[in-house]
Design a protein around this ligand. Structure first.
Ligand code: SF4
Length: 470
């Protein structure tokens, strides 16, 4: 590659969700395969890359702040190339080019495989925008042409495979496996289909090949991710094929956990429930973003579910999978949300007593169906509703954790408490990485990250638990 020297170093910041993190990891793999060294210190990086998120306003703000912070290293550090990757680049390429002269390159969500081209061009002192298979190269002297507007948003779908170089950034005992990219649902509040395009699934054989490699490298927990994992495979097998995929994965001869994240109620069928109930490798953990519980709001959100169908699904899951942990997320302040509709959501949370819940305030995103809806809710009311639900849920979470006292679990050890040497922390099947609490195991001086140890729960707290090794 012209201009790319083997002693060059690249630094990276990965923002947003686990799906974006996988894109980061493959970009790291591609760069390393071209001889670029990776550094955690932005001051010594020749190339700095921010893999951005643009899902909601707060994520966009964090992305822009991070880009500006890293831009400082073009003056104070060795940085000669600042690259914006990911969703913010895909969604706002023109605005970024016009308003962020610090940025040397913008690559879309469907162009992570062309990271080396972006590096090569920027090291030659040019600016470049690469979206999907198209690109525009500028040299810094000529004013920017506005031809990018011609690009449609959907030329963005690209997914890696088991041969794509990848540098995993998660601890060695856990890994994310992206089984599909994009989404075919059209939730009214969501920009992801506009940014990531239509669903593209990886073949079952390819995913099995990757997982076989990962578990042979010592990975104990495989987290299956996509925008909608439950719709996996319908684009390539003409029918949702998550069950078929998992039936192949559990045949891999090794001890490891499979955790299914980002499920969609409509495709969460009996076959999947039976498989989770009967297959020891699969964590009895259901991640099911529901967004709301009032039928009128669900309708305005373009969600096909109803409160009745959701409640029926949840009780079937609990009946068939004893001890199952259920995670969900909800939006407060969706346009038109009346006090009565909010009360319905509150009641639903109090009745359903879910194990882990994330609450978001509605983010008005241009180009989504909800953007132009009437009766947008005031920020203060949204905050009020957010805090009300968070306090209800934290009490429920505490009570559920207290109800686990005396019970025993297998725990995947994650880290040792630096201060208190005889305490390690980890997760059971009930806690997903990064988003749920941990189990703190007292009096354990032997266990190390990646070990799976048996514990008895001593005390339940709001989000975490204390336990003793048995
Ligand atoms: S399922 Fe809905 S919320 Fe999730 S990525 Fe697709 S459109 Fe967005």
């Amino acid at each position: 590659m012209d201009g790319v020297k083997t002693d060059m170093k690249a630094g990276f910041v990965s923002l947003g969700c686990a799906k974006n993190l996988v894109d980061t990891e493959v970009m790291l793999g591609i760069m390393q395969s071209h001889g670029i060294k990776l550094t955690a210190d932005p001051a010594e990086a020749d190339i700095l890359i921010v893999n951005t998120c643009a899902f909601i306003t707060s994520a966009k703000e964090e992305s822009i702040t991070t880009i500006l912070n890293l831009a400082d290293y073009k003056d104070s550090g060795r940085c000669r190339s600042l690259i914006i990757a990911g969703c913010l680049g895909q969604r706002y390429r023109q605005e970024l080019l016009d308003e962020m002269p610090e940025a040397d390159a913008i690559i879309g969500t469907g162009a992570w495989n062309r990271i080396m081209e972006a590096i090569e061009q920027t090291l030659k002192g040019r600016r470049v925008v690469i979206i999907g298979d198209k690109d525009i190269i500028y040299d810094r002297k000529t004013p920017q042409a506005s031809e990018m507007k011609s690009y449609t948003n959907c030329d963005s779908g690209l997914i890696y495979n088991s041969n794509t170089p990848r540098i995993r950034t998660t601890p060695n005992y856990t890994a994310y496996v992206k089984i599909a990219e994009g989404c075919d649902n059209r939730c009214a509040f969501c920009v992801i289909p506009l940014i990531r395009g239509r669903q593209i699934s990886r073949p079952i054989e390819d995913i099995c090949a990757e997982v076989t490699t990962l578990v042979s490298q010592g990975v104990k927990e495989i987290n299956l991710i996509a925008q909608d994992t439950t719709n996996y495979g319908h684009d390539i097998y003409k029918t949702p094929s998550l069950v078929n995929l998992i039936k192949n994965l559990v045949k891999i001869d090794c001890d490891f956990w499979i955790r299914i994240l980002y499920c969609y109620p409509r495709y969460f069928n009996d076959e999947l429930i039976e498989l989770i109930a009967n297959e020891p490798k699969i964590c009895k953990y259901v991640d099911l973003p529901l967004q709301h519980a009032h039928n009128d709001v669900l309708k305005r959100m373009h969600r096909p579910d109803t409160r009745e169908s959701i409640e029926a699904l949840l009780s079937k899951i609990r009946e068939r999978i004893p001890g199952v942990a259920i995670r969900s997320t909800f939006i407060v302040g969706f346009p038109g949300e009346t006090e009565e509709e909010f009360q319905t959501l509150k009641e639903f949370l109090q009745q359903q007593r879910l194990d882990h819940v994330g609450i978001f305030t509605f983010s008005r995103e241009e180009d989504t169906a909800a953007y132009d809806l009437p009766d947008q809710i005031d920020e203060d009311i949204m905050q009020e509703r957010y805090h009300e639900l968070m306090s209800i849920q934290s009490l429920i979470s505490q009570q559920i954790n207290e109800s686990l006292e005396g019970k025993t679990f297998n725990v995947l050890v994650e880290n040792r408490d630096e201060e208190v040497q005889n305490i390690v922390a980890g997760r059971s099947y009930r806690e997903a990485p990064e988003i749920d609490g941990q189990i703190y195991i007292e009096g354990d001086r032997q266990s190390k990250p990646g070990d799976i140890v048996k514990v008895k729960i001593l005390t339940g707290f709001v989000y975490d638990l204390a336990a003793i090794k048995i």
